[in-house]
Design a protein around this ligand. Structure first.
Ligand SMILES: [Zn+2]
Ligand SMILES: [Zn+2]
Ligand SMILES: [Zn+2]
Length: 472
């Protein structure tokens, strides 16, 4: 995620912001520009953008911004839409009769907008169900019902369902520990499920990719139900870290793809953020992990991304441990996993290239897209109220401990597959042996922001997919 600045006072502002902290200008995201803009009131619900790329164009706030306080995206003033592109993708919102559901909804939408930002950055098309009923994307935010029926988070032919309980930190942490996962976040759910979606869009029926995919990930025609049963009966193979990004990835080739996809998105987003802030690592001993390269992630080769990734995770985890937080990056990337990530990179690069030039989805009146226009999420879909209160399980958090990374990539011979030796972490309570360390984690980027509904939610943690996958 790049950095943004207030167009009125130049103050640093963030993707989730709605007001400039310094000059109090209204802020909003303009997807056509891929920019946060400051606005001045033009009356009658219209706002004039102060962003140079918009050239004084008028906008309106998304209904979910102006009224519901769960969005900060803007719509061209002459658009017939009431919802922004991001909100249009949500087909079912939580039942707002339950007080906590509004906060959960806010968190879900925030994670979804972050997902959309990275997808746009990668040049991936996001079509709504309304624009493309066959192949479009839609989200449903549902909750368990009192009669005991459970909402399964998953993807089904472009429809992504999220159980809103995942937006309840206590619940999510309880599930994370019970599942033995080192990592479980809302954003990770979105990334994982869209991985399933893009598999069907880009790989499944693509003769160029399907066989190479099967060589790396396995044959996705294997019976999913059987694989699921076996996984929950037997667990992951003992040596799964040697070939998989997560235990869950061992379940079925579809899940391996979705996990790897989610991880690729995590890497790109974190590196993008670090690059935008000018993060550099310049240790006194140059043989230690060093980071000075600032190639924009969208222009970076896969090897370049990997080369920068290890030093960053090393520093990230160390910083988090100093904060007394769990590791922000509790993963190990073995060579086969890096190979799978490389494959995801190739698929995405080709998909992005194919769409060149990217359509500048409905540029705002008089506005000129600032840079490479992003693909639009010309979406559509009504909203319906759903469900009921979320079970508020309050559970203790058990944080797995993990060793600090040990290998030094600087010593890797050139040309070898760079392996990010970040922290290993296993199942929840199985503290990983070795180099005892403190815990660490929580991406802080969003913690700097001030969401409309505030605070506790700030930490935008990273990827961690779900369990209850339902494919097709
Ligand atoms: Zn300002
Ligand atoms: Zn919106
Ligand atoms: Zn899945």
């Amino acid at each position: 995620m790049k950095t943004f600045h207030c167009n009125r006072c130049s103050h640093l502002v963030f993707y989730e912001n709605v007001r400039c902290e310094r000059c109090e200008a209204l802020l909003g995201y303009v997807p056509e520009l891929a920019e946060i803009s400051a606005f001045e009131d033009a009356g009658e619900g219209r706002w004039r953008s102060l962003h140079p790329g918009a050239r004084g164009a008028l906008f309106r706030q998304c209904h979910n911004y102006a009224v519901e306080n769960v969005c900060n995206w803007m719509i061209p003033a002459d658009s017939p839409d009431t919802l922004c592109r991001a909100c249009q993708l949500t087909r079912t919102i939580p039942n707002l009769g339950a007080p906590e559901n509004r906060l959960y909804w806010y968190r879900l939408e925030m994670a979804k907008r972050r997902l959309l930002y990275t997808l746009a950055e990668l040049g991936l098309d996001v079509k709504s169900r309304e624009a493309d009923p066959e192949r479009g994307l839609a989200f449903e935010f549902l909750e368990d019902s009192d009669d005991g029926s459970r909402v399964m988070t998953g993807h089904d032919n472009g429809l992504i369902t999220l159980n809103i309980a995942e937006a309840d930190d206590a619940y999510r942490e309880k599930v994370r520990t019970s599942m033995g996962e080192p990592y479980r976040t809302l954003l990770g759910h979105f990334r994982h499920e869209t991985g399933h979606y893009y598999f069907s869009q880009l790989v499944e029926n693509n003769p160029r990719w399907i066989e190479p995919y099967r060589k790396l990930f396995g044959d996705e025609r294997a019976d999913y139900g059987e694989a699921l049963t076996a996984y929950y009966r037997d667990g992951a193979p003992a040596e799964w870290q040697a070939s998989y990004i997560s235990a869950y990835a061992t379940m079925h080739p579809w899940e391996d793809w979705a996990e790897t996809w989610a991880h690729y998105m995590l890497i790109v987003d974190v590196l993008d953020t670090a690059t935008s802030y000018g993060v550099a690592l310049l240790p006194d001993d140059p043989s230690e992990p060093t980071l000075t390269d600032r190639t924009p992630v969208e222009d970076a080769s896969f090897d370049n991304l990997m080369k920068r990734w290890f030093p960053l995770t090393y520093a990230l985890n160390s910083l988090n441990r100093s904060l007394g937080m769990p590791d922000g990056y509790p993963f190990t990337l073995a060579a086969p996993v890096v190979g799978k990530l490389r494959f995801v990179h190739r698929v995405i690069v080709e998909a992005g290239d194919k769409s060149q030039p990217r359509e500048a989805a409905t540029p705002p009146a008089k506005a000129t897209p600032a840079s490479a226009p992003r693909r639009a999420a010309r979406a559509g879909a009504g909203r319906t109220a759903a469900a009921r209160p979320v079970a508020q399980a309050v559970v203790q958090t058990v944080v797995p401990r993990a060793p600090l990374p040990s290998a030094n990539p600087a010593t890797s011979p050139p040309g070898t597959e760079p392996v990010a030796q970040a922290v290993v972490s296993q199942g929840a309570d199985q503290a990983v042996a070795s180099a005892d360390s403190t815990q660490a984690s929580a991406m802080q980027a969003a913690a700097l922001a001030e969401p409309p509904m505030q605070s506790e939610d700030a930490a935008a943690k990273e990827a961690r997919p779900k369990r209850t996958a339902r494919r097709r």
